[in-house]
Ligand binder design. Structure first.
Ligand code: ADP
Ligand code: MG
Length: 578
């Protein structure tokens, strides 16, 4: 072949690959543009993993009609004009590559109107070719609709994963930016269903609450530490909020979502030994520093940055996170406090390093003292034996089982404990090829959302293996004929609704867990006794016996503790007997 200059549109499509790798990259670039435009409201909707359609609408400053065509050409940006500007750039975008790249690989319609303009403008592209521009009435702000992504590039399409997996990535991008910018209201609609809706109240806690729920929010500790012009702020989770991978650790640099191996390590180091092995913290950490101290132009998708003073940041972040953990763990600092003791060990405080307890672990007692309890650690060889000897005293709040044993008092989270029992049963039966399935007396039809249907189809093999009897029944409808035996009783009276719930939960779990584990954990969760259920004495006794027989009695499949221990020594100290 002779050397030849590639036709412009071919070159553009190749270059676009640098910026637009998958649907989530489109969402990231468009959201960054909306944020740079000062939007306070960003509405994102996607269909079929973003491949069929992505729409991002904002109420930002809009694009002047006479500049709209220009915005879609390469290297066209309003964010910097000289190389020196790059030193101090404070916008998320600056390369002028996103809009032309998106337009090169999809069908794109953009409508926009600056708030003080009377008329808006509309421009449309098909795989790099402009197919018209005209004025059009539209609300102030900008809306970009991207459809049939990579439609003309079958080779790129092949590299995309299932719609559920691409949806999960998009959800991750929106989550991270919603955490980065709590001033902005974000909504994400997935196949017509609202998946994310943050209030835009400016309070990070509110964003955390809407994204991660109240249980997590109640156990997040504020971080705030400054050193001259550099400061670190955010929230970190109490150690017991640990997760299976790093997708719940959000690192922001001047509110830009980035990945930095060393800073992630600094955050994890701060937890020094308080996290179980291969578990990761839940954290939102923002580093604020003068823009000239960070190079944001060192990575094709701006995912990574380079710091002038990496070492200083490492120790500042580590110190900030550690101080947050210590400050909110009275057991570490109070003089009359208890270091954690091992279950079954002598009734005396251990000499080992104290570890912070979360607010959830500690019940405030008179004069600000805290009684610190210890979740049973996996390393304790005698756990199993401890459980065997427990005598159930009763149930409180229809949630916890109170028990006494040789070395003190034990609280067992009934849901977490049962989840562990059911999870182990499911895994064991699957390995043994058993399918304890219970046919429904009257099969019911479940109408699924597109996302649920995708989750179901991509897990059909596993679902059948767990005892689900499901048959396609028209467009997105499935006939539920049988359920796993453990689930059947709890799925009543509405097995279809139970299936829909379960599929939603699987989609969420699959972001952070292996496919098999995610499904088993979800089925276990749905087939377990809930908090809020009254248990009979025999049921509680049986639950403890079953828990004792599991492989991993100390935590539920999501990593939460099943048992919390108060030693006799702790109790005696609290009551002034020692
Ligand atoms: P960059 O963000 O690097 O400048 P883009 O290709 O993403 O490059 O966007 C080009 C220009 O179009 C931006 O500099 C900005 O002026 C304008 N623009 C893009 N999206 C929006 C938006 N949502 N609201 C207002 N202006 C926008
Ligand atoms: Mg941009």
């Amino acid at each position: 072949m002779q050397i030849q200059q590639l036709p412009t549109h071919v070159a553009a499509q190749i270059a676009a690959g640098e910026v637009i790798e998958r649907p989530a990259s489109v969402v990231k670039e468009l959201v960054e543009n909306s944020l740079d435009a000062g939007a306070t409201n960003i509405a994102i909707s996607i269909r079929e993993g973003g491949v069929a359609e992505i729409r991002v609408a904002d109420n930002g400053r809009g694009i002047a009609a006479n500049e709209l065509g220009l915005a879609f050409t390469h290297h066209a940006t309003s964010k910097l004009s000289t190389v020196d500007d790059l030193e101090t750039v404070s916008t998320l975008g600056f390369r002028g590559e996103a809009l032309p790249s998106v337009a090169a690989v999809a069908r794109v319609v953009c409508t926009t109107r600056p708030p003080d303009w009377e008329a808006g403008a509309r421009i449309e592209f098909r795989y790099g070719t402009s197919v018209g521009e005209r004025s059009e009435g539209c609300p102030p702000g900008t809306s970009v609709q991207v459809s049939d992504l990579f439609g003309a590039l079958p080779a790129r399409r092949k590299f995309l994963r299932s719609a559920a997996a691409e949806t999960a990535r998009i959800q991750e991008v929106v989550t991270r930016y919603a955490l980065a910018q709590p001033e902005v209201r974000f909504t994400l609609t997935v196949d017509g269903r609202e998946a994310i809706n943050t209030p835009g109240s400016s309070r990070l806690q509110d964003a955390i609450l809407s994204l991660y729920g109240s249980e997590v929010t109640g156990r997040m500790l504020p971080v705030s530490l400054g050193d001259g012009e550099v400061s670190v702020d955010g929230y970190v989770g109490a150690p017991d909020l640990n997760r299976r991978n790093r997708s719940y650790t959000t690192l922001l640099v001047n509110r830009r979502w980035v990945y930095d191996r060393s800073i992630y390590y600094a955050i994890e180091q701060a937890y020094q030994g308080t996290l179980p092995e291969r578990r990761f913290p839940l954290a939102i950490v923002n580093i604020s520093l003068p823009p000239e101290q960070v190079d944001v132009n060192s990575h094709p998708t701006k995912r990574e940055v380079r710091f002038r003073q990496g070492d200083r940041l490492f120790s500042l972040v580590q110190r900030a996170v550690r101080e947050a953990l210590v400050a909110h763990a009275p057991a570490r600092t109070a003089t009359r406090s208890f270091a954690p003791t091992l279950a079954g060990s002598a009734a005396a405080p251990s000499a080992g390093p104290p570890r912070p307890s979360s607010p959830r672990d500690s019940a405030p007692v008179h004069d600000g003292m805290a009684l610190s309890a210890t979740a049973l650690a996996p390393a304790e060889a005698s756990l199993r034996d401890v459980l065997a000897d427990l005598r159930v005293v009763g149930q409180i709040r229809q949630t916890y089982i109170v028990a006494e044993g040789a070395s003190g008092m034990y609280l067992i989270d009934q849901h977490a404990a049962h989840e562990r029992v059911v999870f182990d049963q499911i895994r064991r039966r699957t390995q043994e090829g058993e399918r304890p399935s219970q046919p429904l007396l009257a099969p019911t039809t479940a109408e699924l959302s597109a996302a649920q249907a995708v989750t179901l189809e991509s897990n059909a093999d596993l679902l059948a293996g767990y005892g689900f009897g499901l048959e396609p029944f028209g467009d997105r409808a499935w006939l539920v004929r049988a359920l796993p035996a453990g689930l059947a009783a709890r799925a009543n009276p509405d097995p279809a609704a139970a299936l829909c719930d379960l599929l939603d939960a699987v989609a969420v779990e699959q972001v952070v867990m292996e496919r098999e584990d995610a499904l088993a954990a979800t089925v276990a969760c749905h087939g377990s006794v809930r908090a809020g259920m009254t248990l009979a004495q025999e049921e509680m006794d049986a639950l403890l016996r079953q828990l004792q027989a599991t492989e991993n009695p100390h935590s539920c499949p999501h990593g939460r503790p099943t048992v919390v221990h108060f030693t006799e020594y702790q109790l005696e100290r609290e009551f002034g007997r020692r």
